[in-house]
Ligand binder design. Structure first.
Ligand SMILES: Nc1ncnc2c1ncn2[C@@H]1O[C@H](COP(=O)(O)OP(=O)(O)OP(=O)(O)O)[C@@H](O)[C@H]1O
Ligand SMILES: [Mg+2]
Length: 437
């Protein structure tokens, strides 16, 4: 049987990247299938045969040259070597990165994926740099001089989604006063960034899947298929695998989008990057505000190095802009936003850490000293935590990965009342200047 794969029709030859994508989809299907019925096995075998035929159509030379190009280089384990190697390979990155292995791994995957047309799914908490990474993938690929179109799937009302993505013909619906191009057509030959893909409603997911499979769109109100060649990069702060298990995200679309799957670690898991980001944003803020880069007191620096950053890099960036705007030459704790300022700096009722240390020093035995110090640290931790979450115990339990009733017990033990930390229930000053977004 001679199979003519869609990719070999017309002028576009079978590409190595296209084949890799198909192999990955096949592998994903096999990897995640809990049981496979005979008809499914036969279907997968047919797909595998098609793939083999396509591989055979690549000339020997092409296979040899491309395989040689992807050969893995020996890894240099010297400190800083991975970072330097990325920079030496002229990796374009409009931000700062250090030696954090988790981040480096994400960047190295991005670097390898960038020159291909494989779909990339980026996940990670809010503010971890997903959009920045999408731009990096575009900038390091062969489409860098072609359009980069960003779509926020969570921000489009359901009834406008199809028209927004695929365009419409004049008169297709009330308000369609003229023909209009959709985002996919605008991204033709370039990259389309589907942000917040986890928010895409199910009907939209079906339509997107169809486009990914056929590489064609139809404007609303038109039967005419239009070929589109857009490289897909999608991002989400949700767990798409879990959503697909729960049935709110199509599993087949998840596999389609996640041929290359990148996870950006939260900032609290790459704390070693924080000093570097201080310097980066300090310079950036200084330039934006036309001032000298801000200095920090040791206690502020210490606080910022240990803070949890629920808003990740965006929060750190905003913080540095805020400090640069509010402080003179040197910023201190008082310049922090009131809702995160450490308890010792804002609550007169809270004992200073030194008091705890003094009590520990007065203890008569080492084990007593340890217990007193540990109790004091626990109390401070809880107070600071409640301060940060505005007194919501459930939220603090979530952030600290603690059982809620255990947390309640600890609060009781220390005589801490969560309501004292709710906004408007303290003398803490409000109304600081908002930082940059
Ligand atoms: N490594 C980095 N170096 C410098 N700036 C960074 C870095 N990572 C992220 N940023 C900056 O942090 C901010 C947040 O990043 P971005 O918008 O990409 O996050 P996101 O993951 O898309 O967030 P959300 O889920 O809320 O949309 C941006 O201003 C971005 O430029
Ligand atoms: Mg984003």
């Amino acid at each position: 049987m001679k199979i003519i794969p869609p990719a070999s029709r017309g002028s576009s030859a079978i590409s190595y990247a296209g084949l890799l994508e198909k192999i990955e989809i096949l592998r994903s299907t096999l990897r995640w299938a809990s049981t496979l019925a005979r008809p499914e096995i036969e279907k997968l075998l047919r797909q595998a045969n098609t793939l083999r035929d396509e591989v055979m159509q690549l000339s020997h030379k092409e296979r040899f040259v491309q395989a040689a190009a992807t050969e893995v280089e020996p890894v240099d384990l010297a400190p800083g070597a991975r970072r330097r190697a990325l920079l030496d390979r002229s990796f374009v990155f409009e931000g700062a990165f250090g030696d954090n292995p988790q981040l480096l791994e994400a960047l190295e995957i991005a670097e390898k994926a960038a020159p291909t047309d494989l779909p990339v799914l980026i996940d990670g908490e809010s503010g971890t740099g997903k959009e920045l990474m999408a731009k990096v993938i575009h900038a390091n690929g062969s489409r860098s001089d072609k359009p980069y179109i960003s779509v926020n799937c969570g921000a489009i009302p359901d009834n406008l989604l199809e028209s927004e993505l695929f365009g419409h013909r004049k008169g297709a619906f009330t308000g369609a006063v003229s023909d209009r191009k959709g985002k996919f057509e605008s991204a033709h030959t370039g990259t389309i960034f589907l942000d917040e893909i986890g928010e895409l409603p199910l009907p939209g997911q079906v339509k997107l899947l169809r486009v990914l499979e056929s590489h064609e769109i139809q404007r609303v109100g038109s039967d005419e298929p239009i070929a589109v060649d857009a490289r897909i990069v999608a991002a989400t702060n949700r767990n798409l695998r879990r959503l697909s298990e729960e049935g709110t995200f199509r599993e087949d679309l998840f596999y389609r989008l996640s041929v290359i799957h990148l996870t950006l670690p939260p900032l609290r898991e790459r704390r070693d990057e924080i000093p570097l980001l201080f310097a980066f944003f300090g310079d950036e803020a200084a330039e934006a505000l036309k001032r000298r880069p801000i200095k920090m007191t040791p206690r502020l620096r210490d606080f910022l190095l240990r803070y949890r950053y629920p808003g990740n890099i965006r929060e750190l960036r905003n913080m540095i802009y805020r400090l640069s705007c509010l402080a003179g030459d040197t910023a201190d704790l008082e310049h922090l936003p009131p809702d995160i300022r450490p308890t010792s700096a804002v609550s007169p009722a809270a004992p200073a850490p030194a008091a705890g240390a003094a009590a520990a020093a007065e203890a008569t035995s080492l084990s007593d000293a340890k217990r007193v110090a540990s109790d004091e640290a626990e109390k401070l931790f809880l107070e600071r935590g409640l301060e940060q979450v505005g007194g919501t115990v459930a939220e603090l339990a979530r952030r600290c990965d603690m059982n809620r009733s255990h947390l309640q017990t600890l609060l009781k033990k220390h005589g801490i009342h969560s309501k004292d930390f709710r906004k408007g229930n303290s003398s803490r000053g409000e109304g600081g200047t908002e930082g940059a977004t």
